[in-house]
Design a protein around this ligand. Sequence first.
Ligand code: FMN
Length: 617
Amino acid sequence: MAEVDFDQAQAIPAANPAKRVKLTGRAFYESIGSPKMIVAPMVDRSEFAWRFLTRSYLDEQKNKELLAYTPMLHARLFQEQPKFRDAHFQPTKESLTSKEKSQVQPYLDGNPQIDRPLIVQFCANKPDEFLEAAEYVAPYCDAVDLNLGCPQGIAKSGHYGAFLQEDRDTIHKLIRKLRDDLDVPVTAKFRILETKEKTLDYAKMILDAGASIITVHGRERHQKGHKTGVADWQMIRYLRENLPSDTVLFANGNILNASDIEPCLEATGADGVMSAEGNLSDPTIFAKPPEDETSRDYWRDPRNPAVGGYRIDGVFRRYMDIIHRYVLEQDPPQRSPLYLPSDKVPEAGHDTVVGEADTGTAMAEPVTGTKRSNDMIGMNGDTAKQKSSKKQKTKRDKKDMTAVHNPNLKSMQGHLFQLLRPMLSSHTHIRDALARSRAGDIAAFENVLSMVEAAVKQGLDEENAELQAIMPTVKQDADELSSTNGHSHQHQVDEQSSEAARERCKRPFWVCQPHVRPLPDEALKLGAMQLSKKEKEALAQREAADSGVDVQKLKNYRTQEIVTDALKQAGGIAEEEIGLNKSQARVAETLPTDEKDKSHLRHVDNELPKEEALTCG
Ligand SMILES: Cc1cc2nc3c(=O)[nH]c(=O)nc-3n(C[C@H](O)[C@H](O)[C@H](O)COP(=O)(O)O)c2cc1C
């Protein structure tokens, strides 16, 4: 494995050695290295392999500044059901049956060598259940977090997450219980309320209950799905200025890419910045470009070297290697260096056609098809091309079931749909192959990787050919761009629009980049979002109340303000896609929408994993 320095990654220091003195608040925060960068809790997305992938792009020093949260776990199920614990938290290879720290070798979650600092998040509404669940994980993490932000229907019916907002007494008891009785500190993540005063009051209550760190998601409960919109950093600043100065506060929301982190810290005065969606589309979001300017992992825009990003094929490889080495505990396949157009041309007969399986041979030093196929034997012990007998099939099905319960294997497809999003609408053969890749079928995922590598090779070659053809103007462009700080002024866009953000973040398809969704008013105009009956009524009421105003003008005037107001009045009642469904919907968003391609959309949607009971995001 030429390109991943796992030894370096393994050198992440243990955040909290042996048995601990319980520190709280800022002293606790400092004891875990005062992290400034935080991987958000994400159901089915912030599992070990993804956290480790994100950490692996940071050097040793920066690693101390990265804190990660587990996905939200359901406290009642976790304390009640050993199977549920095993399916979601694997600190050792044995079942998590005791609340004492196990003496057996650490495995994945909370492993002091590779997965710290770590905060485990739960949703809960009963203090005793919350404590019981937290006691199981306390020996393997640095703190336990209470989810007060989940806005989904499932949280509403289960009375947890953001739906505890109106039940302050319960929140206070939940946090206080852990503050008093748990070995590690308790923290809380919540959404802002409608006004500064209400939010401040709410935050004070959470701190009074005993939260050592608060994470403030700068969006209200109704802001989800197409209504997500922009997070309010001003509100977070207000909290910073009006809460006790030693409060440890993380800001969450609006981090599209690495260049947003510093501005967020500055604007909010927060101690750290948490990223969720930005981290999913670019797990290198917290990393700096490599110091080695010839690194194959990183693409620099030949027209403007100040613009760049980590290559998707490199990130995908690294992710696969982590799955092999840490989750499956087997050597990853040998891989050739990532392709560069300056590499020598492969001999005739070894080159490949984009779209074929086994295109891992499209490398500078081709790995033969046979070698590759052997290497691709994953945990199922069969290759994509092997004809399986009935007996083999049964055996594989059983192992597939094991995979489905492994949080790291289960999330691979969802992660890859998000990571590869920039290329999936143009490379539909890859999208279809990914859609067919089942949890635990490592050979299938390796095959998708080969297809991605071949597509990236083709993209790089095309870029290179284009550059050769227009060499003199490229130099001129680069000079002009550096004199305008890297911004092209070809056409004017509204700086506040999602189009402006999209333009700022746009990279070639082979580079990690954020997905910028339309703002609520834009989504409405595009027809991607429709107001629910209640929301329409609210809008109509508002129009009627303003009857002195030109109604026609008002009807055409679908500004974000009006829409947001209407949504607020309706209390965010309209249901949205959630958790895995949300990512499925995002996949669907990338797909072509014209009639002839709708069959694809249905196909992919059917192929995606079904939503589980607990995918609350
Ligand atoms: C796929 C997904 C799963 C999520 N799961 C959780 C979760 O388990 N717990 C939680 O507190 N928030 C969850 N969230 C919300 C994020 O932690 C974060 O608050 C939100 O996405 C805003 O941050 P962002 O603008 O960086 O995406 C989830 C978000 C996504 C996209």
